[in-house]
Design a protein around this ligand. Structure first.
Ligand SMILES: *Cc1c(COP(=O)(O)O)cnc(C)c1O
Length: 407
Protein backbone atom coordinates (compact mmCIF):
# COMPACT_ATOMS: atom_id res chain seq x y z
CA UNK A 1 0.00 0.00 0.00
CA UNK A 2 2.67 2.44 1.03
CA UNK A 3 4.66 1.60 -2.04
CA UNK A 4 1.67 2.22 -4.29
CA UNK A 5 1.04 5.63 -2.74
CA UNK A 6 4.68 6.47 -3.01
CA UNK A 7 4.55 5.45 -6.63
CA UNK A 8 1.66 7.80 -7.25
CA UNK A 9 3.37 10.63 -5.51
CA UNK A 10 6.48 10.11 -7.54
CA UNK A 11 4.58 9.86 -10.79
CA UNK A 12 2.76 13.08 -10.02
CA UNK A 13 5.91 14.81 -8.89
CA UNK A 14 7.62 13.89 -12.10
CA UNK A 15 4.61 14.90 -14.16
CA UNK A 16 4.25 18.32 -12.53
CA UNK A 17 7.95 18.99 -12.64
CA UNK A 18 7.94 18.15 -16.31
CA UNK A 19 4.93 20.39 -16.97
CA UNK A 20 6.54 23.19 -15.04
CA UNK A 21 9.86 22.87 -16.82
CA UNK A 22 8.19 22.68 -20.17
CA UNK A 23 6.62 26.07 -19.61
CA UNK A 24 9.37 27.84 -17.85
CA UNK A 25 12.67 26.39 -18.88
CA UNK A 26 14.99 28.26 -21.08
CA UNK A 27 18.54 27.25 -21.94
CA UNK A 28 18.06 24.36 -19.52
CA UNK A 29 17.59 26.36 -16.36
CA UNK A 30 14.45 27.31 -14.57
CA UNK A 31 13.06 30.77 -15.09
CA UNK A 32 10.52 32.52 -12.88
CA UNK A 33 7.09 32.80 -14.45
CA UNK A 34 6.86 36.09 -16.31
CA UNK A 35 4.31 38.60 -15.02
CA UNK A 36 3.01 41.70 -16.76
CA UNK A 37 3.62 43.49 -13.45
CA UNK A 38 5.32 41.85 -10.45
CA UNK A 39 4.02 43.61 -7.34
CA UNK A 40 4.87 40.79 -4.94
CA UNK A 41 8.50 40.69 -6.04
CA UNK A 42 8.71 44.42 -5.46
CA UNK A 43 7.08 44.16 -2.02
CA UNK A 44 9.40 41.36 -0.88
CA UNK A 45 12.42 43.63 -1.13
CA UNK A 46 11.01 46.25 1.24
CA UNK A 47 8.73 43.99 3.26
CA UNK A 48 10.00 45.04 6.70
CA UNK A 49 9.64 48.74 6.03
CA UNK A 50 6.17 48.35 4.53
CA UNK A 51 4.94 45.99 7.23
CA UNK A 52 6.03 48.28 10.03
CA UNK A 53 4.48 51.33 8.30
CA UNK A 54 1.19 49.43 8.08
CA UNK A 55 1.49 48.23 11.68
CA UNK A 56 2.04 51.80 12.91
CA UNK A 57 -1.16 52.99 11.26
CA UNK A 58 -3.14 50.06 12.58
CA UNK A 59 -1.90 50.66 16.13
CA UNK A 60 -2.59 54.40 15.91
CA UNK A 61 -6.08 53.69 14.48
CA UNK A 62 -5.80 57.04 12.65
CA UNK A 63 -7.27 55.48 9.52
CA UNK A 64 -8.67 58.71 8.08
CA UNK A 65 -6.40 61.73 7.58
CA UNK A 66 -3.75 60.33 9.91
CA UNK A 67 -0.33 61.94 10.11
CA UNK A 68 1.04 59.74 7.31
CA UNK A 69 -1.21 61.55 4.80
CA UNK A 70 0.28 64.98 5.55
CA UNK A 71 3.79 63.51 5.70
CA UNK A 72 3.39 61.86 2.30
CA UNK A 73 1.99 65.06 0.77
CA UNK A 74 5.01 67.02 2.05
CA UNK A 75 7.42 64.46 0.64
CA UNK A 76 5.62 64.44 -2.69
CA UNK A 77 5.82 68.23 -2.84
CA UNK A 78 9.56 68.16 -2.39
CA UNK A 79 10.07 65.21 -4.75
CA UNK A 80 8.08 66.97 -7.48
CA UNK A 81 9.26 70.48 -6.58
CA UNK A 82 5.69 71.76 -6.47
CA UNK A 83 3.80 74.05 -4.11
CA UNK A 84 0.87 71.82 -3.25
CA UNK A 85 0.33 68.09 -3.43
CA UNK A 86 -3.19 67.17 -2.35
CA UNK A 87 -4.09 63.50 -2.15
CA UNK A 88 -7.46 61.95 -2.95
CA UNK A 89 -9.20 58.62 -3.45
CA UNK A 90 -7.99 57.71 -6.95
CA UNK A 91 -6.72 59.17 -10.22
CA UNK A 92 -10.18 59.49 -11.73
CA UNK A 93 -11.33 61.60 -8.78
CA UNK A 94 -8.17 63.69 -9.12
CA UNK A 95 -9.16 64.59 -12.69
CA UNK A 96 -12.74 65.32 -11.68
CA UNK A 97 -11.76 67.49 -8.71
CA UNK A 98 -9.18 69.35 -10.81
CA UNK A 99 -11.84 70.17 -13.40
CA UNK A 100 -14.34 71.16 -10.68
CA UNK A 101 -11.84 73.63 -9.21
CA UNK A 102 -11.80 75.63 -12.44
CA UNK A 103 -15.49 76.52 -12.07
CA UNK A 104 -16.39 75.88 -15.69
CA UNK A 105 -19.85 76.15 -17.25
CA UNK A 106 -21.74 73.15 -18.65
CA UNK A 107 -20.89 72.81 -22.34
CA UNK A 108 -17.42 74.32 -21.92
CA UNK A 109 -14.93 72.40 -24.00
CA UNK A 110 -11.94 70.41 -22.84
CA UNK A 111 -9.47 69.30 -25.49
CA UNK A 112 -7.89 65.92 -24.85
CA UNK A 113 -6.59 62.81 -26.57
CA UNK A 114 -8.76 59.94 -27.83
CA UNK A 115 -5.86 57.54 -27.15
CA UNK A 116 -5.96 57.21 -23.37
CA UNK A 117 -7.64 55.39 -20.52
CA UNK A 118 -11.33 56.23 -20.16
CA UNK A 119 -10.89 58.11 -16.85
CA UNK A 120 -9.52 61.15 -18.67
CA UNK A 121 -12.67 61.56 -20.72
CA UNK A 122 -15.08 60.30 -18.09
CA UNK A 123 -14.19 63.12 -15.69
CA UNK A 124 -14.95 65.67 -18.41
CA UNK A 125 -18.25 64.04 -19.35
CA UNK A 126 -19.44 63.60 -15.75
CA UNK A 127 -19.26 67.33 -15.16
CA UNK A 128 -21.36 68.16 -18.21
CA UNK A 129 -18.34 69.51 -20.02
CA UNK A 130 -17.69 68.59 -23.62
CA UNK A 131 -14.73 66.39 -24.51
CA UNK A 132 -13.17 67.60 -27.75
CA UNK A 133 -10.55 65.27 -29.17
CA UNK A 134 -7.29 66.04 -30.90
CA UNK A 135 -5.48 63.13 -32.53
CA UNK A 136 -2.07 61.91 -31.32
CA UNK A 137 1.37 61.73 -32.92
CA UNK A 138 2.08 58.26 -34.24
CA UNK A 139 5.60 58.09 -32.79
CA UNK A 140 5.15 59.63 -29.34
CA UNK A 141 1.56 58.36 -28.81
CA UNK A 142 0.88 61.76 -27.18
CA UNK A 143 -1.49 64.52 -28.25
CA UNK A 144 -0.54 66.31 -31.48
CA UNK A 145 -0.31 70.02 -30.76
CA UNK A 146 -1.15 71.02 -34.36
CA UNK A 147 -4.41 69.12 -33.90
CA UNK A 148 -5.02 70.97 -30.62
CA UNK A 149 -4.80 74.29 -32.48
CA UNK A 150 -7.38 73.12 -35.02
CA UNK A 151 -9.76 72.01 -32.25
CA UNK A 152 -9.88 75.30 -30.35
CA UNK A 153 -13.23 77.15 -30.42
CA UNK A 154 -14.78 80.03 -28.49
CA UNK A 155 -15.92 77.51 -25.85
CA UNK A 156 -12.53 75.91 -25.24
CA UNK A 157 -11.43 76.37 -21.62
CA UNK A 158 -9.00 73.58 -20.83
CA UNK A 159 -6.27 71.52 -22.48
CA UNK A 160 -5.96 68.09 -20.89
CA UNK A 161 -2.87 66.29 -22.21
CA UNK A 162 -2.04 62.77 -21.03
CA UNK A 163 1.60 61.76 -20.57
CA UNK A 164 1.04 58.35 -22.06
CA UNK A 165 3.13 55.26 -21.22
CA UNK A 166 5.50 57.33 -19.05
CA UNK A 167 6.63 60.06 -21.42
CA UNK A 168 5.50 63.68 -21.30
CA UNK A 169 3.46 65.30 -24.06
CA UNK A 170 4.92 68.30 -25.91
CA UNK A 171 4.50 70.71 -23.00
CA UNK A 172 6.47 73.54 -24.65
CA UNK A 173 3.79 73.86 -27.33
CA UNK A 174 0.90 73.04 -25.01
CA UNK A 175 1.79 75.78 -22.51
CA UNK A 176 2.37 78.18 -25.37
CA UNK A 177 -1.03 77.46 -26.97
CA UNK A 178 -2.71 77.73 -23.55
CA UNK A 179 -1.16 81.08 -22.84
CA UNK A 180 -2.05 82.53 -26.25
CA UNK A 181 -5.65 81.36 -25.96
CA UNK A 182 -6.11 81.96 -22.24
CA UNK A 183 -6.75 78.30 -21.42
CA UNK A 184 -6.12 76.17 -18.37
CA UNK A 185 -3.88 73.13 -18.61
CA UNK A 186 -4.56 70.00 -16.55
CA UNK A 187 -2.00 67.24 -16.97
CA UNK A 188 -3.03 63.61 -16.64
CA UNK A 189 0.23 62.30 -15.19
CA UNK A 190 -1.19 58.97 -13.99
CA UNK A 191 1.37 57.07 -16.09
CA UNK A 192 4.29 59.46 -15.72
CA UNK A 193 4.97 60.18 -12.05
CA UNK A 194 8.70 60.79 -11.78
CA UNK A 195 9.24 61.67 -15.43
CA UNK A 196 11.08 64.96 -15.93
CA UNK A 197 10.51 67.30 -18.86
CA UNK A 198 13.07 69.81 -20.14
CA UNK A 199 11.58 72.95 -21.68
CA UNK A 200 13.35 74.55 -24.64
CA UNK A 201 14.37 77.30 -22.18
CA UNK A 202 16.31 74.68 -20.26
CA UNK A 203 13.91 74.74 -17.30
CA UNK A 204 13.21 71.25 -15.99
CA UNK A 205 9.91 70.28 -14.42
CA UNK A 206 8.37 67.05 -13.24
CA UNK A 207 5.35 65.52 -14.97
CA UNK A 208 2.23 66.86 -13.26
CA UNK A 209 3.78 70.18 -12.26
CA UNK A 210 3.87 72.01 -15.60
CA UNK A 211 0.23 72.91 -16.14
CA UNK A 212 -2.10 74.74 -13.77
CA UNK A 213 -3.00 71.40 -12.17
CA UNK A 214 -1.49 67.95 -12.48
CA UNK A 215 -3.25 64.71 -11.60
CA UNK A 216 -1.93 61.29 -10.82
CA UNK A 217 -3.04 57.84 -9.71
CA UNK A 218 -1.51 55.43 -7.20
CA UNK A 219 -3.33 52.40 -8.63
CA UNK A 220 -1.17 49.37 -7.69
CA UNK A 221 0.37 48.91 -11.14
CA UNK A 222 1.30 52.58 -11.64
CA UNK A 223 4.98 53.49 -11.28
CA UNK A 224 4.22 54.63 -7.73
CA UNK A 225 1.43 52.32 -6.67
CA UNK A 226 -0.23 51.62 -3.34
CA UNK A 227 -2.07 48.54 -2.09
CA UNK A 228 -5.47 49.71 -3.28
CA UNK A 229 -6.74 52.97 -4.74
CA UNK A 230 -5.18 56.41 -4.39
CA UNK A 231 -4.58 59.62 -6.29
CA UNK A 232 -3.25 63.15 -6.01
CA UNK A 233 -3.40 66.61 -7.54
CA UNK A 234 -0.54 69.10 -7.81
CA UNK A 235 -0.56 72.85 -8.26
CA UNK A 236 1.71 75.82 -7.68
CA UNK A 237 -1.27 78.14 -7.45
CA UNK A 238 -2.29 78.64 -3.78
CA UNK A 239 -5.83 79.69 -4.73
CA UNK A 240 -6.36 76.52 -6.78
CA UNK A 241 -4.73 74.53 -3.99
CA UNK A 242 -7.27 75.85 -1.49
CA UNK A 243 -10.18 75.11 -3.80
CA UNK A 244 -8.98 71.59 -4.54
CA UNK A 245 -8.53 70.87 -0.81
CA UNK A 246 -12.02 72.15 -0.13
CA UNK A 247 -13.69 70.24 -2.98
CA UNK A 248 -12.26 66.88 -1.99
CA UNK A 249 -13.55 67.37 1.59
CA UNK A 250 -17.25 67.96 0.87
CA UNK A 251 -16.59 71.56 -0.20
CA UNK A 252 -15.41 72.44 3.25
CA UNK A 253 -12.45 74.21 4.84
CA UNK A 254 -13.84 74.48 8.36
CA UNK A 255 -15.52 71.26 9.46
CA UNK A 256 -19.34 71.32 9.12
CA UNK A 257 -19.29 74.57 7.09
CA UNK A 258 -19.54 74.10 3.34
CA UNK A 259 -18.65 76.83 0.87
CA UNK A 260 -19.40 74.74 -2.21
CA UNK A 261 -20.64 71.35 -3.37
CA UNK A 262 -17.71 69.00 -3.18
CA UNK A 263 -17.03 65.29 -3.08
CA UNK A 264 -15.66 62.86 -0.54
CA UNK A 265 -12.33 61.65 -1.84
CA UNK A 266 -9.53 60.70 0.53
CA UNK A 267 -6.31 58.76 0.43
CA UNK A 268 -6.46 56.22 3.29
CA UNK A 269 -3.79 56.68 5.94
CA UNK A 270 -2.69 53.08 5.31
CA UNK A 271 -2.14 53.83 1.64
CA UNK A 272 -0.31 57.07 2.45
CA UNK A 273 2.02 55.21 4.82
CA UNK A 274 2.77 52.61 2.13
CA UNK A 275 3.28 55.28 -0.53
CA UNK A 276 5.59 57.28 1.71
CA UNK A 277 7.88 54.26 1.95
CA UNK A 278 7.68 53.55 -1.79
CA UNK A 279 8.26 57.17 -2.82
CA UNK A 280 11.86 56.84 -1.59
CA UNK A 281 12.34 54.07 -4.14
CA UNK A 282 10.50 55.66 -7.05
CA UNK A 283 13.62 56.84 -8.89
CA UNK A 284 15.18 53.41 -8.40
CA UNK A 285 12.00 51.78 -9.70
CA UNK A 286 11.93 54.03 -12.73
CA UNK A 287 15.59 53.25 -13.41
CA UNK A 288 14.89 49.51 -13.19
CA UNK A 289 12.13 49.98 -15.79
CA UNK A 290 14.44 52.04 -18.01
CA UNK A 291 17.05 49.30 -17.79
CA UNK A 292 14.55 46.69 -18.94
CA UNK A 293 13.52 49.07 -21.74
CA UNK A 294 17.16 49.43 -22.83
CA UNK A 295 17.40 45.66 -22.99
CA UNK A 296 14.27 45.46 -25.15
CA UNK A 297 15.47 48.30 -27.40
CA UNK A 298 18.76 46.61 -27.99
CA UNK A 299 17.48 43.08 -28.49
CA UNK A 300 14.55 43.99 -30.74
CA UNK A 301 16.04 46.73 -32.88
CA UNK A 302 16.80 44.45 -35.81
CA UNK A 303 13.19 43.53 -36.55
CA UNK A 304 12.17 45.57 -39.53
CA UNK A 305 8.41 45.42 -39.14
CA UNK A 306 8.49 46.22 -35.44
CA UNK A 307 8.50 49.83 -34.23
CA UNK A 308 10.08 50.35 -30.82
CA UNK A 309 8.94 53.12 -28.46
CA UNK A 310 10.56 56.39 -29.40
CA UNK A 311 12.42 58.34 -26.75
CA UNK A 312 11.52 61.99 -27.21
CA UNK A 313 14.37 64.33 -26.46
CA UNK A 314 12.43 66.75 -24.21
CA UNK A 315 11.07 64.14 -21.83
CA UNK A 316 12.50 61.39 -19.70
CA UNK A 317 10.69 58.11 -20.28
CA UNK A 318 9.80 56.18 -17.14
CA UNK A 319 8.29 53.26 -19.06
CA UNK A 320 5.01 52.78 -17.31
CA UNK A 321 4.54 50.45 -20.26
CA UNK A 322 6.88 49.24 -22.99
CA UNK A 323 4.67 49.45 -26.03
CA UNK A 324 5.58 48.09 -29.45
CA UNK A 325 3.93 48.88 -32.74
CA UNK A 326 3.47 46.09 -35.26
CA UNK A 327 1.75 45.76 -38.55
CA UNK A 328 -1.95 45.29 -37.64
CA UNK A 329 -1.85 41.85 -39.30
CA UNK A 330 0.91 40.75 -36.90
CA UNK A 331 -0.42 42.16 -33.66
CA UNK A 332 -2.89 39.49 -32.59
CA UNK A 333 -0.93 36.50 -33.95
CA UNK A 334 2.20 37.75 -32.14
CA UNK A 335 0.15 38.14 -29.00
CA UNK A 336 -1.14 34.56 -29.33
CA UNK A 337 2.35 33.23 -29.99
CA UNK A 338 3.69 34.92 -26.86
CA UNK A 339 0.74 33.64 -24.87
CA UNK A 340 1.55 30.09 -25.97
CA UNK A 341 4.91 30.62 -24.27
CA UNK A 342 3.32 32.01 -21.13
CA UNK A 343 4.43 35.55 -21.91
CA UNK A 344 1.66 37.98 -20.98
CA UNK A 345 0.95 41.08 -23.07
CA UNK A 346 -1.64 43.85 -22.91
CA UNK A 347 -3.43 46.16 -25.31
CA UNK A 348 -3.28 49.78 -24.17
CA UNK A 349 -5.76 50.50 -25.72
CA UNK A 350 -7.94 48.42 -28.05
CA UNK A 351 -10.55 51.10 -28.83
CA UNK A 352 -10.12 54.89 -28.95
CA UNK A 353 -12.29 57.05 -26.73
CA UNK A 354 -14.32 58.67 -29.52
CA UNK A 355 -15.59 55.25 -30.64
CA UNK A 356 -16.59 53.99 -27.17
CA UNK A 357 -20.29 53.20 -27.07
CA UNK A 358 -20.96 55.44 -24.09
CA UNK A 359 -19.34 58.39 -25.84
CA UNK A 360 -20.82 58.20 -29.31
CA UNK A 361 -23.24 60.92 -28.20
CA UNK A 362 -20.50 63.47 -28.77
CA UNK A 363 -20.92 62.86 -32.47
CA UNK A 364 -17.56 61.49 -33.48
CA UNK A 365 -17.25 58.63 -35.92
CA UNK A 366 -14.74 56.17 -37.31
CA UNK A 367 -12.11 57.95 -39.38
CA UNK A 368 -12.14 61.14 -37.31
CA UNK A 369 -8.84 60.35 -35.57
CA UNK A 370 -6.98 58.02 -37.91
CA UNK A 371 -3.71 57.90 -35.98
CA UNK A 372 -5.39 56.84 -32.75
CA UNK A 373 -7.55 54.34 -34.60
CA UNK A 374 -4.54 52.80 -36.32
CA UNK A 375 -2.64 52.61 -33.02
CA UNK A 376 -5.48 50.71 -31.41
CA UNK A 377 -4.96 47.89 -33.88
CA UNK A 378 -1.16 47.94 -33.85
CA UNK A 379 0.08 48.53 -30.29
CA UNK A 380 1.24 45.70 -28.06
CA UNK A 381 2.61 46.19 -24.56
CA UNK A 382 5.04 43.56 -23.31
CA UNK A 383 5.94 42.83 -19.67
CA UNK A 384 7.34 45.87 -17.89
CA UNK A 385 7.99 46.15 -14.18
CA UNK A 386 10.76 46.69 -11.67
CA UNK A 387 11.63 43.04 -11.11
CA UNK A 388 12.29 41.72 -14.64
CA UNK A 389 15.26 39.36 -14.71
CA UNK A 390 17.71 39.11 -17.57
CA UNK A 391 16.73 35.51 -18.37
CA UNK A 392 13.11 36.61 -18.63
CA UNK A 393 13.97 39.56 -20.87
CA UNK A 394 16.05 37.27 -23.06
CA UNK A 395 13.26 34.73 -23.31
CA UNK A 396 10.71 37.41 -24.22
CA UNK A 397 12.95 38.97 -26.87
CA UNK A 398 14.00 35.65 -28.37
CA UNK A 399 10.37 34.63 -28.60
CA UNK A 400 9.47 37.85 -30.43
CA UNK A 401 12.44 37.41 -32.77
CA UNK A 402 11.40 33.82 -33.42
CA UNK A 403 7.85 34.90 -34.27
CA UNK A 404 9.10 37.32 -36.93
CA UNK A 405 11.63 34.82 -38.32
CA UNK A 406 9.04 32.11 -38.79
CA UNK A 407 6.41 34.54 -40.10
C1 LIG B 1 -4.74 54.91 -14.30
C2 LIG B 1 -5.14 56.09 -15.06
C3 LIG B 1 -6.13 56.99 -14.61
C4 LIG B 1 -7.05 56.74 -13.45
O1 LIG B 1 -6.55 56.31 -12.29
P1 LIG B 1 -7.45 55.53 -11.21
O2 LIG B 1 -6.62 55.70 -9.98
O3 LIG B 1 -7.54 54.11 -11.66
O4 LIG B 1 -8.76 56.18 -11.10
C5 LIG B 1 -6.35 58.13 -15.35
N1 LIG B 1 -5.69 58.37 -16.49
C6 LIG B 1 -4.77 57.54 -16.96
C7 LIG B 1 -4.06 57.88 -18.22
C8 LIG B 1 -4.47 56.36 -16.28
O5 LIG B 1 -3.55 55.51 -16.79
Amino acid sequence: MYIIIRGYVQTYTIFFTFAFLKNHTYNNYRMEKIAMVDLFGQYKKIRNEIDSAIQNVVESTAFINGPAVAAFQKNLESYLRTGHAITCGNGTDALQIALMSLELEPGDEVITTPFTFIATVEAIALLGLKPVFADVCSRSFNINTDEIKKAITGRTRVLLPVHLYGQCADMDSIMDIAQKNNLYVIEDAAQALGSEYTFSSGVKKMAGTMGHIGCTSFFPSKNLGCFGDGGAMFTDNPELGRKISSIRKHGSTVKYFHERTGVNSRLDTLQAAILDVKLKYLDQYNQARAKAADYYDDALKGIETLTLPKRMKQSAHIFHTYTLKTDPSDRDPLREFLKSRDIPTMLYYPLPMHLQEGYLKYGYKKGDFPVSEELCSSVLSIPMHTELKEDQLEFICNSIIEYFKSG
